[in-house]
Design a protein around this ligand. Structure first.
Ligand SMILES: [Zn+2]
Length: 111
């Protein structure tokens, strides 16, 4: 391979690489603005992630306490048997979910 050809390929790769890095840096943030509260596959309420809130969702004897703060949402407490929802980290990005399978209860961050 000639030296100039090698140089051309090298420069091309450099430009491609920079473009990819730029794309990565400039990618739109996918922080969600709202959270869907879903019970048995039905959206029962859509909450604003920018409005701090604490709310109990009670269905029969099933209780999930949801907290919104600092643009994130989490399940503060629940009386389900496995406590997976309570132990889930707060979520804030579009598409993230917290599920309470025993209660058929789901939080999903949306745009
Ligand atoms: Zn649960």
């Amino acid at each position: 391979m000639s030296r100039s050809r090698f140089l051309k390929i090298f420069i091309l790769l450099l430009i491609l690489g920079s473009a990819l890095i730029l794309l990565f840096l400039l990618r739109p943030t996918d922080k969600g603005k709202k959270v869907n509260v879903i019970k048995d596959n039905t959206v029962i309420e859509t909450l604003d992630l920018n409005e701090p809130l604490q709310k109990d969702y009670t269905f029969g004897s099933d209780v999930n306490t949801v907290v919104i703060k600092d643009g994130t949402v989490e399940v503060l407490s629940a009386n389900c048997h496995n406590q997976i929802c309570v132990n889930s980290e707060p979520i804030s990005e579009v598409g993230e979910t917290i599920a309470c399978l025993p209660h058929g209860f789901l939080l999903e961050v949306v745009e």
